[in-house]
Design a protein around this ligand. Structure first.
Ligand SMILES: [Zn+2]
Length: 154
């Protein structure tokens, strides 16, 4: 079974329930197929554990997704952590879909002075403000004002 699963190229995520679960088998199945294994006993919060497996399978759909690497004239954005909200729009596979509603945080680097920091929405030095169509942030070291358009961020 493990060989078949591996040959199929699928990733296997296992959830074992109950005390008689064959832990070794489930772990091996998940390990060998680059998935993950969750073991729950009947008195544990099963929904939560199962949800964790779904987060591993669909990181972009179930968590605040990440966008990597982009550059503007004055700023390097290494990572954006998006904020998502459940959407009622139907999807072909009937999984709930999430839509981007904003930005939680960004890892940015000022191209003027080389300072690198993690920025969040707010009004303190180094925080970013979201305005219509763009985000604005000041470098806390050299005070360069950086403007990033939504188009660049998306
Ligand atoms: Zn700077």
């Amino acid at each position: 079974m493990i060989r078949d699963a591996r040959n199929s190229g699928h990733r296997i995520f296992t959830v074992g329930v109950g005390s008689a679960v064959t832990e070794t088998f489930l772990r091996r199945l998940a390990d060998e197929c680059s998935g993950a294994c969750e073991l729950v006993s009947p008195n544990e919060e099963m929904a939560q554990r199962t949800h964790r497996q779904f987060e591993r399978m669909y990181p972009l759909r179930y968590q605040g997704g990440m966008t990597m690497g982009m550059e503007t004239a004055t700023l390097i954005i290494n990572q954006i952590e998006w904020q998502y909200q459940k959407s009622n729009e139907p999807t072909p596979d009937r999984q709930p879909s999430l839509k981007k509603v904003g930005i939680k945080s960004m890892e940015v680097k000022c191209k003027n002075c080389g300072h690198q920091w993690s920025t969040r929405k707010g009004y303190k030095s180094g925080d970013f403000n979201l305005e219509i169509g763009h985000a604005v942030l000041d470098c806390p070291i050299c005070s360069t004002t950086h403007t990033v358009t939504s188009k660049e961020l998306d």
